[in-house]
Design a protein around this ligand. Structure first.
Ligand code: SF4
Length: 422
């Protein structure tokens, strides 16, 4: 039997080796670390006050930590149901042709672990993904069983994030979204042709179809004015993950893909995961991981699109890469110096959000305070971080940047301060 077929046969038919729960946990929490798309922000509030149910998704949300191998405090128990997989995605350490230790939880084991960790105050919820065992439906059914048992048998009110297998039947995807707070479907790679080349069993059309179905379900659940309120359907929405640096896609192409996904499927988040070189990997993959700062700059640019009102085309052209030395907001401001300086006492919110060094919270505070007084540079300094980055771009009651904006060395003066976000 050829090697790959033999490996698939083993995964489908062979008995799962007997491992201790601790060993399984070590393997399957480590295997889940490559999944970045597990932040829990935006989840509805559930709680168990009044003695009903187990858990709460209210306080402390927005944090996503994975299980640490030494068992210390985490916020989400982040696991794979199994790292056996019959697919052969070249960029994935769990692909069928990979020679890694394998393990598989039963449904009951994941449920017990989640409840046990929750009761010991280690976690606030569960993030569950999986390799594909037997087929997409079989695997998805197992993941749904975990969520169903937690919700229906144990009245678990903590956060649940399920990774949806796009090839699973729509009925199972639907069930997953009825039990989970958030679901995510990985788009995997920025370019369709890369997906076809590196993940032969995956199909971008199928992935997008599944995302479209989730979008419709989420929107139906949020429809106002319906007489009968439908059951919550992924109330924290859907997200996706894209691997960065496994193919030749530019940052511009990556962000264009994200822009399209946000528009078409109303995703809450696109997560960018820097490609990690894996053992025995294909020669089609790079030998080194991209610099982590690239992932960081992509998140910053994504944030500008989602929160700061920038169009992707303002930030970057499709064939370009982001400047790694400075954040994309400062890069934009340096290119568009004619739009500055902004007067902090008269500019509207949208304009102030474009000032490098001013974040959403600072802008909202400045708008509040300026109802009562004319803002000085000291006021701005109190409400923001990085006043030196701000000064060339801002006019205040007692401050004007003069010729500072036109200085040829402005970028060089600001660049060393650019390790922080915005
Ligand atoms: S389907 Fe998922 S787990 Fe399986 S090889 Fe592909 S990326 Fe890895």
């Amino acid at each position: 039997m050829p090697r790959l077929r033999e490996q698939k046969w083993n995964i489908t038919h062979k008995r799962v080796p007997t491992l201790t729960l601790k060993r399984k946990l070590a393997i399957l929490s480590d295997a889940a670390k490559y999944d970045a798309s597990c932040a829990s922000s935006g989840a509805p509030k559930r709680d168990s006050r009044g003695g009903k149910g187990v858990g709460s998704s209210g306080p402390g949300m927005g944090i996503c930590h994975a299980y640490a191998p030494d068992g210390r405090c985490i916020s989400l128990l982040k696991l794979l149901l199994t790292n056996f997989c019959v697919y052969d995605c070249a960029y994935c350490v769990n692909r069928v042709s990979s020679n890694v230790p394998r393990a598989r939880f039963t449904v009951e084991e994941v449920v017990d672990l989640t409840l046990g960790f929750y009761r010991r105050n280690y976690i606030e919820g569960l993030f569950l993904s999986s390799g594909i065992i037997r087929n997409a439906d079989y695997t998805m059914e197992q993941m749904v069983q975990v969520a169903r048992s937690l919700r229906e048998v144990h009245d678990f009110r903590g956060y649940i994030h399920l990774k949806v297998i796009p090839e699973a039947s729509p009925a199972l995807v639907n069930q997953a979204a009825l039990y989970a707070d958030r679901v995510s479907i990985n788009i995997e790679l920025p370019k369709d042709e890369s997906l076809a080349a590196l993940a032969p069993e995956k199909d971008v059309v199928v992935i997008k179809k599944a995302m479209g179905a989730v979008r419709l379900g989420v929107e139906a659940g949020q429809e106002k004015g319906r007489k009968a309120r439908p059951p919550p359907f992924a109330p924290a929405g859907q997200s996706t993950q894209m691997i960065v640096g496994a193919d030749t896609a530019t940052d511009g192409a990556i962000l264009k893909r994200s822009e399209g996904l946000y528009g078409a499927y109303r995703l809450k988040r696109v997560y960018y995961s820097a490609f990690s070189p894996i053992p025995d990997s294909s020669s089609r993959l790079p030998l080194e991981r991209p610099p982590l700062i690239r992932e960081h700059r992509l998140y910053q640019a994504d944030w500008l699109m989602r929160v700061y009102g920038f169009d992707r085309a303002e930030i970057i052209g499709e064939t370009e890469d982001l400047d790694l030395a400075i954040d994309p907001k400062l890069a934009w401001a340096l290119r568009c110096r004619g739009d500055f300086p902004m007067d902090v006492n008269t500019a509207d919110r949208e304009q102030l959000l474009r000032v490098p060094g001013l974040g959403v919270r600072a802008v909202d505070r400045l708008l509040d305070v300026r109802r009562f007084k004319r803002l000085t540079l000291a006021d701005v300094k109190r409400l923001s971080r990085g006043i030196e980055t701000l000064k060339p771009f801002l006019v205040a009651a007692d401050w004007s940047p003069g010729q500072l904006l036109d200085r040829a060395d402005l970028r060089a003066r600001l660049e060393p301060r650019q390790l922080d976000l915005f």
